[in-house]
Design a protein around this ligand. Sequence first.
Ligand SMILES: [Zn+2]
Ligand SMILES: [Zn+2]
Ligand SMILES: [Zn+2]
Length: 371
Amino acid sequence: MSAQLIDTVAEVLELSGAAVERNGEYLEALVPESVSKVLHTPELARLYFNPEQSKQDGELVTFQSDFVDRLLALVQGTGNYAHLTLRDLYLKQSTKSAAEQRFQVLNGLGHALDAMERILSYAQFNFKYTAVSDEKKDGLVSVIVNEQTLAEVSDMAAQLDWVESVETARHADLPAQPFQAIYAVACRSTETMIRRELAEFHKSLNRRLQRDLDRLAEYYDSLAAEIRRKIARRGLEGKEREDEESRIRATALELERKITDQREKYAMKINVQPVNLMRLFMPVMVVNYEVRFRKAVREIPLVWNPLTKDFEAPACQGCACGIHHFYICEDKLHAVCADCFKCENCGRNVCRACHDKKCPKCGLEHSRNPQ
Ligand SMILES: [Zn+2]
Ligand SMILES: [Zn+2]
Ligand SMILES: [Zn+2]
């Protein structure tokens, strides 16, 4: 055990920038000032691992010692972020014509201008969740977002294991969106994924809730029936009858209380926490797609992804869902999905990216917030 501990401590110290020398059963380490502060050691530290050989000039380290807690404090936070550059990926050549087949502007004109190889960056967020009800269930979900276009491309994760990568930083050829916007897309997709993963768990909770509610109703119905039979059998009248009838009412109230308790017992609370972030730099084909509405023109980058071997669905500028067929708004040429191009109250064409709160045509507030 102590041999493993000595190796781990030596490795962590080295990774933290210390010069470590191993002398049989103890370590001698020249520790950077910032690290020695966290570890509460002198800058030239001697660490013993065998209690029998431990001396006053150093500190004894065991699995139970405070030193291990301090070492954990030192490594906490590392491993939260990494970046990789993916290499040697095949890029499709005839992406320009493929883009024209794959995408369509429903109320205007769109055509591919040119296609070129670009390096783009992707943020892969890992989240862990815990769903708590009468049972507990936890899991991990992973979401990948294109940092330039905000398209959600979590599908490409399945291919990542097969790809060659290096740990050098690269710069993307196009400017990234603000981190807040990228994170917002990741959170929204995570919610959808967790809901999908918990669908069975949720169904089973509902089944058990229903079974318990049926049993309760049956039990309390039989109690009330019993009392009614008693009233009939004894031919109760006046005060005696009133007392029994109030017992029936009390039974009904008790049942309601029990139902509320059961519903609370099976209610599901989900806690979601970000674990870490990996940034991936990857060569892709970017097709500049020109959209035209009357005289106004705008270019939208369409990305052909070598891992999914398909175009990424750009994010609707109203609700961020992926779109291949879209509408163009006449004011700002936003690309939006059918739901975000129409007011749900008056049915007229309204761009939800321009008007997220209320419809400028009928004045009514939107009930569905574009996410
Ligand atoms: Zn939309
Ligand atoms: Zn309206
Ligand atoms: Zn708009």
